[in-house]
Design a protein around this ligand. Structure first.
Ligand code: HEM
Length: 320
């Protein structure tokens, strides 16, 4: 006997009303009603921080990348270690993430909590602030979906194997991104982030003497710049020596001239899979901007938590 249609309809209706509103999807205007000043507060915080500390843009871009690649853009990198837990940010690869980037998120969170308490996630703050900073230093604008939740689990022991190191062969770096769903082209475009910021001498010094990819005069200059490194481990050099503070495609042009800083930067030019993209981006800044923007949009929703899989943290650096 055929089931009457009406009860089925009611069952569906009542099931859908059981779905909690906090499981809402991501959207571009997620905070338009709950925190209408969201964009304005992020903009103001980013602008004043970047003006007083111009390394904030590059620091935040790297912080965001390191948060996302390890188990998603969920602000787990912002959590401080406790006596019971060694957190992500204390893994050795993350120790060089600059304090200014963490401070930026803290400032934005403080203003947002005053304006709309308990509403905006730390993960959304980091995603939106990074986009605004990239644009501020000359990079492309891209849309950032909002509605991420924060995650409570942050362990330094999970980091190894999830973030690229300059000592890795390019094939391994390609494999690491591929395992997370990013193509070779997306990986190369994202690496264009090295158009801003700097690297500490320890990250490249050992390659200066035996790597033939470096332009000889550049290698000599780097050796001089890093000569005091054993005494002064904070010594660092711009990633893009030609236009260090401007987000542009000059980084890619440098690679073909032996002016890359890290071994992995040289690797992008040396590997037959990545080199074609390096050459395209070196010639065509618009193409680089388009691909970078698209890849950042993709990165910014990688592994995110929504609804009850995450929470809105009161403080970005602590889980309660
Ligand atoms: C492809 C493999 C990559 C490797 C091996 C790598 C490695 C590194 C290393 C060793 C540093 C120097 C850190 C320091 O000494 O403080 C650095 C800096 C940086 N990286 Fe990467 N990175 C890679 C890809 C990326 C990607 C995909 C992004 C962003 C989308 C990114 C963003 C940055 C930024 C902005 C800096 C400068 C940080 C600052 O100025 O504080 N990197 N990277």
């Amino acid at each position: 006997m055929a089931m009457p249609k009406a009860p089925l309809f009611f069952i569906l209706i009542s099931f859908s009303s059981l779905i909690h509103p906090s499981q809402s999807r991501l959207s571009y205007d997620y905070y338009s009603k709950s925190c209408p000043n969201f964009n304005k507060i992020i903009q103001e915080t980013v602008t004043s921080k970047q003006i007083t500390s111009p390394t904030t843009a590059s620091g935040s871009l790297r912080l965001f990348f390191h948060d996302c690649l390890l188990n998603g853009c969920d602000a787990s990198i912002l959590i401080s270690s406790t006596s019971f837990n060694s957190a992500e940010r204390d893994a050795d690869i993350n120790l060089s993430l600059p304090g200014d980037a963490f401070d930026l998120v803290t400032r934005a969170k403080t203003s947002l909590e005053l304006s709309c308490p308990n509403t905006v996630s730390c993960a959304d703050i980091l995603a939106a602030a990074t986009r605004d900073l990239v644009t501020m230093v000359g990079g492309p604008y891209y849309n950032v979906l909002l509605g991420r939740k924060d995650y409570r689990i942050s362990k330094s022991s999970y980091v190894e194997g999830n973030l690229p190191r300059p000592t890795m062969p390019m094939s391994e770096i390609i494999g690491m991104f591929a395992a997370k769903g990013f193509s070779v082209q997306e990986m190369v475009a994202l690496s264009g982030a090295h158009t801003i910021g700097f690297s500490h001498c320890k990250e490249f010094k050992s390659f200066l003497y035996n790597d033939t990819h470096y332009n000889q005069r550049f290698a000599q200059a780097l050796q001089n710049a890093c000569a005091d490194y054993p005494k002064n481990p904070t010594l660092s050099v711009f990633n893009d020596i030609m236009t260090p503070n401007k987000f542009d495609n000059v980084y890619f042009d440098n690679l073909g001239k032996g002016l890359g800083l890290l071994e992995s930067d040289h690797g992008l030019y040396g590997n037959p899979k990545t080199r074609p993209f390096v050459e395209i981006y070196a010639k065509d800044q618009n193409k680089f901007f388009q691909d970078f923007a698209r890849a950042m949009e993709k990165l910014s929703v990688y592994g995110i938590k929504t609804g009850r899989r995450g929470e809105i943290r009161r403080r970005c650096d602590a889980i309660n």
